[in-house]
Design a protein around this ligand. Sequence first.
Ligand code: XMP
Length: 517
Amino acid sequence: MSQSRSSSVLVVDFGAQYAQLIARRVREAHVFSEIVQHSISAADVAAKQPGAIIFSGGPKSVYEPGAHDIDPAIYDLGIPILGICYGAQLLARDLGGEVVATGKGEYGRTMLTTASATSLLAKWPAESTVWMSHGDAIASAPVGAVALASCPEAPVAAFADDERRIYGVQFHPEVVHSERGQELIAHFLHDLAGLAPTWTNVSIIESEVEKIRAQIGDQKALCALSGGVDSAVAAAMVTKAIGTQLTCVFVDTGLMRSNEGEQIEATFREQFGVDLVHVRAADRYFEALKGVTDPEAKRKIIGELFIRIFEEVARDLGAGGEGPKFLVQGTLYPDVIESGSGHAANIKSHHNVGGLPEDLDFELCEPLRSLFKDEVRAIGEELGLPESLVWRQPFPGPGLGVRIIGEVTPERAEILRNADAVVIDEIKKAGLYRELWQSFAVMPAVRTVGVMGDGRTYAYPIVIRAVTSDDAMTADWARLPYDLIETIANRLINEVDGVNRVALDVTSKPPGTIEWE
Ligand code: XMP
C-alpha cells in the first residue's frame, strides 16, 4: 500500500495459523500489517522499514531440531518487537533468557497474575483471563527485560525491555478469549512503538484509488461481476477511481441465486452509473449442460462457457486493440499469502467461473490484494454498496449447478432457486445469516413419494445445508433451532412447487465438503 512503510507492521509467521489473525488484529488497531515468513533476512526487514515487528506463535519447541529461527541481526535493527507464544520463547532463547520444558503445558483459558502493571501491561488488573497454548515455558526473561506476569505453568508469561523495546507474551492476545488482548496489541503499537492509527477505511480507499489511477491512467478496464462481495467491492473501488473508463460484465448463467441479476443492475447501473454489460446466457448454459450428470464435467462446462462468453464480450468491446487493457479482479490478501508462501492452497482448485482467458493478454488490476475479507466488507459499505450485497454469503463459481445433483435443467434450477430463497429468507429472519458461513438448499437427484391433501405426490426432496466456518477449509454443520427447521420445511413444501420433502445435512467438513458436488 502507499502507506509510509514506517507506519506498518511486519508479522513474522512461524508456521502456525496465528499469523493471519495477528495481522487482522493489528489492522483493527488501525495500523497496516504485512505477513512475512520467518526466513526473512535482516536486510529485507530493514528495506521494508517497518515501524514494529510481531513474532507469531508456532507449533514447535524452540529447542527442537529444525525449529524455526530468525535472522539474529533483526534484533539489532532497533525496531520494536513483540513476541507472542513461540515468538516470545524465541526472544528469550536468543537474548539471554531461558526456556524450559516443564512437561506440563497450558491449553485454553488460564489465569494471568500481573506482577508489575507497567510497560506492556500498563494498568492491567492483578488477575485476568488469557488464552494459552504452550508446552515449553519461559523460565527467565531476556537479559535486560523485566518479568511482568506469570501463569500457573508459565513463570514468565509477559516480559518487557523498554530500552530496547523488546516485549514478549506467552499467551495469545490475538485470540478473543484473552481479556484485554486487543488492548495489549493496540498499546504495543500506538504507545510503545509509536505508530499512529491511520489505517482506516477512508485511508485505504484513498490510497487504493490513487494507485488505480496511477496504474490505469486514461485507459479502459473490464471487470467480471459474479454477484459476490469481492468482485463487487473491487468494481466499486475502480469505479470511484476511473468512473466510466470501467465496463462491468455480468453473465447470468441461469444458475444464480434469486434476484442476483436484478441487484447487480440496481447497484451498478442505477446507483453507480456503471457501464454494465448484462449477458443473459441461461439458455446457452442449459443447452451445454443437457444430459450431463458428472460433477466435474458440469464444473468444466460451466467454467469454459463463462470464459467463452467473457471473451466474446471483451472482443466486442475491442479488448486486445483499442478496448480495455486492464482486468479488475477481487483477489484478497489471504490468496496472496497462500500462493506466495508455498503453503498448500486454501481452497481446492475449482473450475472457477471467473477463471479468465489468457490470450487476451490483460494487465491485472487487483485493488483488494492487501485486504482481508472483513476489511473488504467494511470498505464495500463505505463505498455505498448495499448491505445485502456486502454481507452476502459465499457462493460457488458454478452456482446452483453444483447444488442440483444430477442433470441441470431449467425446471430444476427454478425449483432450487425458489427453495434457496426460502431458506435464506428464514435464516435472515432468524438473525443467523451473518453468523453462518453458508446456508442454502440442495436438490438431490431422486424423487420421493408424499401425500398432500387427498393426493399422492412424487416430487423432489430439498436438503438444508447450513455450516459454520472461518475459512471454508473446515466447517461444522450448524445446529439450527428445531423451530426454524420446521418453519423452513413447512414453507418449502407449501410454497415451492416441485418439493414434497425436506432433509437436513449434518455432515461436517471433513469428511464432507460444504457443497455437494
Ligand atoms: P467445498 O465444497 O470444497 O467448498 O467445501 C469450499 C468453499 O468454496 C466454495 N466453492 C467454490 N467457490 N468456485 C468458487 O469460487 C467454485 O467452483 C467453488 N466450489 C466451491 C464453497 O461454496 C465453499 O464456500
